[in-house]
Design a protein around this ligand. Structure first.
Ligand SMILES: Nc1ncnc2c1ncn2[C@@H]1O[C@H](COP(=O)(O)OP(=O)(O)OP(=O)(O)O)[C@@H](O)[C@H]1O
Length: 360
């Protein structure tokens, strides 16, 4: 059996008592927490099953995370994100490789590991519904060996940042889904571990609750400089919160860079162009042949389309339209988003793969 009981995550041994301000001061003065990575993953591998049925879920994963960084973990379904997260947390035993959090090998030293890294896992019931919000926060702080009385003002701040102050004495079962999720997050931050893992924190929330949570998380990571590994299919969350993004596919890292560098991977600029009236079929064909054009939308009064062009290609495109007698109404630059980067990176990889030869 290689899967550990997730409950052990919540019932880890208690460590020494923390002092109200000591931790943040220590983080600021301790040279080991400055330049060195707080999370170090080396040649991590996970193979499920044996023989012909074995699945290589994660293959030779190596990366480091500096303190205070928010790293997004992205990948299509089955890329190996959940397996990686569970190995980071010590919940699944790797086939090979190591995970160190703040210098502690999580798999060689499980109880210390549980005090170094905590998580809100997707689909897991992360808090106690019969306890009130405040009782939960105090309980989870105490799991890390923290005397909740010593950290009362931090807990008040946390509830405030998650907009839970009015619900502090309400039982969690009486809260909405979004509020329950915020309680899970507040409890994880209350544990004050070196690294926090958030797996799909906005999943299942309505648009407004998702947006609120995103803003609140942003404030919290800014305020406390927490190191976060964030897995989400919601690119807005990733783009808003992350300093760096790791994209996985088929168990491997296929991109690892800052969000701004990843957004700069396009050597082409995308424009959204609106022209008066309909476009003749011949003009549409010509545009498609000469430029990378997507989506012709609307007809009669105006037509809108997107064009990707390199460097000063937009001037050539304008000339082509002019010579076809088309009047351009508006041109807007479309900023690429992470969704596009993600598709670009994963599609480019498929395009360069040799075609599979069927075997009999
Ligand atoms: N317990 C298991 N036994 C066998 N194979 C598994 C097990 N868990 C995951 N896998 C396989 O390992 C691969 C990676 O799965 P994993 O759940 O880590 O991916 P993921 O990136 O989290 O996907 P998703 O975004 O769909 O949650 C998949 O091929 C999956 O089918």
């Amino acid at each position: 059996m290689d899967s550990r009981d997730e409950f052990t995550l919540m019932t880890a041994d208690s460590g020494s008592l923390h002092d109200e301000e000591t931790d943040r001061e220590t983080a600021a003065t301790d040279p080991t927490t400055d330049d060195e990575s707080v999370l170090s993953v080396r040649n991590l591998e996970k193979r499920y099953g044996r023989g012909d049925d074995a699945v290589e879920a994660v293959t030779d994963l190596t990366f480091d995370v500096e303190p205070g960084t928010v790293v997004g973990l992205l990948g299509p379904n089955g890329a190996g994100k959940t397996t990686t997260i569970k190995m980071l947390l010590g919940l699944i035993i790797p086939t090979a490789g190591s995970v160190e959090v703040a210098g502690i090998d999580v798999h060689e030293n499980l109880s210390q590991g549980y005090n170094s890294i905590s998580a809100v896992l997707e689909g897991a019931r992360n808090v106690y519904w019969r306890l009130t919000v405040k009782q939960n926060v105090r309980f989870f702080a105490s799991l890390s060996g923290i005397d909740p009385n010593d950290r009362a003002s931090y807990h008040t701040e946390l509830l405030d940042l998650f907009d839970l102050t009015e619900k502090a004495d309400t039982a969690v079962r009486e809260l909405s889904r979004g509020q329950k999720q915020k309680v899970s997050l507040a409890c994880t931050f209350a544990r004050e571990t070196d690294v926090v893992v958030l797996d799909e924190p906005t999943l299942g929330l309505d648009v407004e609750s998702g947006l609120n949570l995103r803003q609140e998380l942003n404030r919290i990571v800014d305020e406390y400089g927490t190191t976060v590994i964030l897995s989400s299919h919601d690119m807005d969350v990733i783009e808003d919160l992350c300093d760096r993004v790791i994209i996985m596919e088929d168990g491997e890292i296929v991109a690892d860079d800052s969000v701004s560098n990843l957004l700069g991977v396009f050597n082409q600029q995308c424009y959204e162009i609106t022209v008066d009236g309909d476009l003749q079929e011949a003009t549409r064909r010509r545009l498609r042949t000469e430029y990378e054009v997507e989506e012709f939308d609307g007809q009669y009064e105006s037509t809108r389309f997107r064009a990707r062009v390199a460097d000063d290609g937009i001037y050539n495109l304008m000339q082509s339209l002019q010579s076809a007698g088309v009047t351009v109404d508006t041109i807007e630059t479309v900023r690429p988003d992470l969704e596009e980067v993600f598709l670009e990176v994963t599609n480019a990889r498929h395009a360069t793969r040799p075609a599979e030869v069927p075997t009999r």
